[in-house]
Ligand binder design. Structure first.
Ligand code: F58
Length: 791
């Protein structure tokens, strides 16, 4: 049977026997589910094969513990990795269904906030592509990241219900359940220590297979869901307390109810700590059960198990593993600590002080009374081994999860070269002096299957036609495009791909949001979480200054630009929400100005998520990566843009530094202070005010905002922003403005030379091969995990 015929048969079978429909009566969701099941069957075969091979080989396994997996939609990923795109299109077409419409029916699983969660999802896909035996462990949040809409320009949050629609990818594992305790007391009998929790919930496993390129391998994403041990209290029911009877279930479920929507600030909430322990304890129990079945001897644990902590959120893994080995399995404390450290490694994703996780010791001790004792014992053991050290994990009545993670990990990694160096000289300076070999760098990457092959089929097609398909799992092969770039015929085709992608996005914005834009404009895109350090306000200030300048001289030869924004602000981050509102208010005024209309438009697309990123990135001309140097650990959006042929306007921050090195300084619009200059500039008294006085354009933009040009009738609306910028301006928006303006005018000039621009864009694609998450994962395997591919 041909692949198309076989796929058709599977789809029809599933329509009939899984959903009880025939093609005539199937609704869109039935088609989406039947296609998903047909694809899932093929994935499952690879999955069971890979599981068997892993078991038989006795190989070391990798466990990626993360509070977030921002996986997005999975159907297209499965189809693309199994190379079934043409077949799926053909079958759907036969039945009069549109492929894109069917794919878009899938809910977007937003089990993450931003970069950290998306990185975890890219890593899972690369682990499968490489054939490294691995599990991701996370939480099956009932509600992922909130949905964002705008009302009068303001962000409004609504709950997200991805599980309300039918979801094709998970397998419930009712046989895999663990009891997870909280609170209670610690009992000592001689040498024996036992923790008796007061509250117990059950963690139940739900498995999603993660398929790699060409379906050669599949690993498991195992997400834990909270449930009550005794879901229903019959006694209370019989006494007429109907609501109370269901309470145990409701309480237990709370633990996996919702993803915390803060992308940078740690709030120290009790439920968050419970979630962290819930994930970690369930994962460790599962890992040890699997290890016991296969190997038994706990001393071999580090040889067979590598556990990666995605930031400090699962840092309780150190004390929990010691607790199990020491209290429950009877190994000595010292040996337990050594074994635990032999298994654990930790990735740091931020240097922002407000994001470094700490817990109040009273709360911590109440919820995890045995763990706080063990943390003190870890701390004093570490102190004895390193008498000169000062950096305790217990100070100011806090438990410092960064220090704990560092001490309990055999390797600690940063996520870009600059970030890793800054880790050594800032947050972990003392610990780094004690353990100079522990910190390593693993620059982030992105999976080229989703972020080029699937999201940009036109460009992927041109690349494959030019250099073959080897690039898909060996991205450095993109270098082979360089000779083609010299050929103007080829370059014109490259430019045509971008034009077609822009036209497609324009049409979509028109039909979905009523936004009509000319695809000939320069599409200038900033999409990421809203944060002062990411400086969306620098972008809108420059836009406003530009608008004023066009109005001064409307007949000059301006380069038409569309400023596109997307991103969510944490619900409690009021400054960030004000920035969103300012952008929307400025858009309303500027878009309505007939004088500047041909040259400048602004659009803030609501509810930015993985699927929207997949639409926007292939259509971008320019990538905005403008964070204050030293603040963005890496960035991964920056890599996706470069790969898809959008040159960067950016600072020397995070992985921008490495992107510029790879694509060439002449293909990158650099501006702004370096991380060192930033630290010096902060010491200059009145730095912001001085910058404003020195640049009349900046002054005019601030005046327009302050005088209510974009908030008619309410001039004070943005006084919080203007006062901050002219005052403390911690993120140095004003001090970087003038150079940003200069870089943007260079962009304007460069964009006019269509061929030269296309060349720059194509060189960005050709030289981005290093930013594949396959390369990153190979780095972790070699430098940190000691894991092998089984392919
Ligand atoms: C991000 N961190 C970094 N944290 O900001 C970004 O530079 C980096 O590229 C990315 O990690 C991957 O390494 C990030 O996304 C969070 O969202 C956390 C969520 C939970 C609370 C603390 C922040």
């Amino acid at each position: 049977m041909s692949p198309t015929a076989s796929l058709r048969e599977s789809i029809i079978q599933h329509l009939r026997y899984s959903f009880g429909k025939d093609p005539e009566h199937a609704i869109l969701e039935d088609w989406r589910m039947a296609l998903s099941y047909a694809v899932r069957d093929r994935i499952t075969d690879a999955w069971i094969g890979a599981t068997g091979k892993t078991y038989d080989s006795g190989a070391k396994r990798v466990y990626y513990l993360s509070m977030e997996f921002l996986i997005g939609r999975l159907l297209e990923d499965g189809i693309v990795n199994l190379e079934l795109v043409d077949e799926a299109k053909a079958v759907l077409e036969e039945f009069g269904k549109d492929y894109g419409t069917v794919l878009s029916d899938e809910p977007d699983a937003a089990l993450g906030n931003g970069g950290l969660g998306r990185l975890a999802a890219c890593f899972l896909e690369s682990l499968s592509t490489i054939g490294c035996p691995a599990h991701g462990y996370g939480i099956r949040y009932e509600h992922g990241l909130f949905r964002q809409s705008f009302v009068d320009g303001r962000q409004v949050e609504q709950p997200e219900h991805w599980l309300e629609q039918r979801h094709a990818w998970e397998f419930e594992r009712p046989e895999v359940r663990y009891r997870i305790g909280f609170g209670g007391h610690v009992d000592r009998r001689g040498e024996t220590v036992r923790w008796y929790p007061a509250e117990v919930v059950e963690a139940e496993a739900f498995d999603t297979p993660v398929i790699g390129w060409k379906g050669r391998w599949a690993n498991t994403l195992r997400l834990w869901s909270g449930r009550a041990i005794h879901p229903f209290d019959l006694d209370r029911f019989n006494h007429g307390d109907f609501a109370g009877a269901a309470q145990p279930e409701a309480l237990a479920r709370t633990i996996s109810r919702v993803l915390y929507p803060d992308d940078t600030t740690e709030q120290g909430k009790e439920l968050r700590l419970k979630q962290e322990y819930f994930l970690t304890a369930a994962a460790l129990r599962d890992i040890l059960r699997r290890f016991n079945n296969q190997f038994g001897d706990l001393r071999k644990l580090p040889a067979k198990v590598a556990i990666q902590l995605n930031d400090t959120h699962p840092a309780i893994a150190g004390p929990e593993l010691i607790r199990v080995l020491h209290d429950e399995r009877g190994l000595s404390f010292e040996e337990s600590m050594e074994i635990a450290r032999g298994c654990l490694s930790y990735t740091n994703h931020t240097l922002l002080p407000e994001a470094l996780e700490t817990w109040d010791e009273t709360l911590f001790g109440r919820l995890l009374p045995r763990h706080i004792e063990l943390i003190d014992q870890i701390d004093s053991t570490h102190a004895k081994q390193n008498p000169s050290r000062m950096n305790s994990m217990r100070a100011d009545h806090q438990v410092k999860m960064g220090q704990l993670s560092f001490v309990m990990a055999h390797h600690v990694n940063g996520v870009s070269a600059l970030h890793t160096e800054l880790m050594k000289t800032t947050v972990f300076e003392e610990l780094h002096t004690l353990h100079p070999d522990r910190i390593v760098n693993e620059t982030n990457g992105v999976t080229p299957r989703r972020w080029l092959l699937a999201c940009n089929p036109r460009l992927a097609g041109l690349i494959t036609e030019s250099i073959g398909e080897g690039w898909v799992d060996d991205l450095e092969q993109l270098k082979g495009l360089e000779p083609f770039i010299e050929d103007t015929g080829w370059l014109d085709r490259y430019a045509q791909v971008k034009r077609d992608n822009k036209a497609e996005l324009s049409n979509w914005m028109g039909t979905t949001h009523g936004l009509h834009v000319d695809p000939e404009m320069l599409f200038d895109v900033q999409i990421k979480r809203l944060h002062e350090y990411k400086r969306q306000h620098l972008n809108i200030l420059e836009t406003i200054a530009h608008w004023a300048e066009i109005r001064d001289n409307p007949t000059a030869d301006w380069t038409p630009r569309l400023k596109l924004f997307g991103g969510k602000a944490a619900p409690g981050y009021f400054f960030a929400k004000d920035i969103i509102r300012l952008i929307n208010d400025a858009a309303a005024v500027i878009n309505a100005d007939p004088v500047t209309a041909p040259y400048l438009k602004i659009a803030f697309l609501p509810n930015y998520n993985v699927s929207l990123a997949e639409r926007m990135i292939p259509a971008a001309d320019l990538s905005e990566q403008i964070s204050t140097a030293g603040k963005e650990a890496s960035g991964t959006g920056n890599m996706k843009f470069a790969l898809n042929g959008a040159p960067t306007v950016g600072t020397l921050d995070g992985a921008n530094v490495e992107i510029r090195e790879h694509v060439g300084a002449e293909n990158f619009f650099l501006f702004g202070m370096t991380a060192e200059e930033v630290m010096e500039r902060r010491k200059v008294e009145g730095h912001a005010w001085k910058a404003v006085q020195a640049d009349p354009r900046l002054k005019r933009a601030l005046d327009l905002i302050r005088d209510g040009r974009f908030s008619p009738g309410e001039p004070e609306r943005y006084h919080g922003i203007t006062a901050n910028l002219e005052g403390a301006d911690y993120f140095l928006v004003c001090s970087d403005f003038t150079d940003y303006w200069r870089a943007q005018r260079e962009v304007d000039t460069a964009f006019k030379d269509t061929r030269a621009w296309a060349k720059m864009a194509a060189l960005n694609t050709a030289r981005s091969g290093w930013f594949s998450s396959d390369r990153t994962i190979r780095g972790y395997m070699a430098d940190i995990w000691g894991a092998q591919s089984l392919l």
